[in-house]
Write a protein that binds this ligand. Structure first.
Ligand code: F6P
Ligand code: MN
Length: 321
């Protein structure tokens, strides 16, 4: 079986990018180990603080954020990091070649119920300047050098792209190495499955209301087929399912809070997932343009997300035109 570093070498990946990705995955294997022993280690429950998004931090959000920060600082390859759990970017090594953004523990409301969570990351080339500020991270998703997530489920799975397709690796508990098991993920173009938090229905914009109600009409409606619905409540879990068997995932704009353009964050949720999706033959849009073409305005910016099977994403986006 091919191990991660060999697979990256075969793709002619810059050796320092390979080393950086390796360090992230080693840290994620440690996070996986921590999660496995969750209730024993007194690491479940609340940390007693809020993050910059006004969301309550869980202990494990804070612990995994600190673990990743430290692991990345030790590489000497990273100029600065930005994280869901940090209000501003954190400078690291002045000579570092890379900027890394991450959501240390996506879907953290799933922690206490022993359900799917994951780490999402995004890597860019660092600009050649000494002091890095938040604005230096505002680079369109298309320019990501690499993007991926590690899913902590029944198996620990790394899904990664460096712009040469999307690939899946499984953590082998014996060797502690990530082994390639899907070389070139392909998302089916068509689907009969969708994912949305339907409890927000009354807050959605009109086009999304119409699109979902047409899906629900099934065989006798305009779509002339029956749809199934799934909602993991962790983006990392829903996107993983879509990479495995297709589907449409959306967290749309809603009018619950007019100051927020959606729930998901562009820089460390939407962008990395959009690159993984596009590299697997799928599509990833806001309600008007490809996510990867957005000119970012803020490191914690929120965007509407519609991603997955390309034909279904097109149909959904067309309701908005
Ligand atoms: O990070 C935000 C997030 O937890 C996503 O992982 C997930 O898709 C979504 O929020 C769940 O939202 P809700 O709580 O509305 O189901
Ligand atoms: Mn998240």
């Amino acid at each position: 079986m091919t191990i991660l570093s060999t697979h990256l070498e075969n793709q002619n990946t810059d050796p320092s990018l390979t080393a950086l990705i390796q360090s992230i995955t080693v840290c994620c294997a440690d996070i996986a180990d921590l999660l496995k022993h969750g209730p024993m280690n007194d690491i479940l429950g609340m940390a007693g603080a809020e993050n910059v998004q006004g969301e309550d931090q869980k202990k494990l959000d804070v612990i995994s954020n600190d673990m990743l920060k430290e692991a990345l600082a030790n590489t000497g390859l990273v100029k600065a990091i930005a994280s869901e759990e940090e209000e501003h970017c954190v400078p690291s090594d002045p000579d570092g070649k890379f900027l890394v953004l991450f959501d240390p523990l996506d879907g953290s409301s799933n922690i206490d119920i022993n359900s799917l969570v994951g780490t999402i990351f995004s890597i860019y080339a660092a600009p050649e300047k000494e002091t890095i500020e938040d604005t230096d991270f505002l680079i369109a998703g298309r320019k990501q050098l690499a993007a991926g997530y590690v899913l902590y489920g029944p198996s620990v799975i790394l899904t990664l792209t460096t712009g040469h397709g999307t690939h899946m690796y499984m953590l082998d508990q014996n060797s502690n190495a990530f082994l390639l098991f899907v070389d070139g993920v392909q998302i089916p173009r068509e689907t009969k499955e969708f994912a949305i938090n339907a409890a927000n229905q009354r807050h959605w914009a009109e086009p999304m209301q119409l699109y979902i109600s047409d899906l629900l009409k099934g065989e006798t409606g305009p779509r002339q087929k029956n749809f199934n619905m799934r909602w993991v409540a962790a983006m990392v879990g829903d996107v993983h399912r879509i990479l495995c068997r297709g589907g449409l995932f959306t967290y749309p704009w809603d009018k619950k809070d007019p100051d927020k353009a959606g729930k998901l964050r562009l820089m460390y949720e939407a962008n990395p997932m959009a690159l993984l999706t596009e590299q697997a033959g799928g599509a990833a849009f806001t309600d008007e343009l490809p996510i990867l073409d957005i000119d970012p305005e803020h490191i914690h910016q929120r965007v509407p997300v519609i991603l997955g099977s390309s034909e279904e994403v097109n149909i959904c986006v067309n309701y908005h035109r």
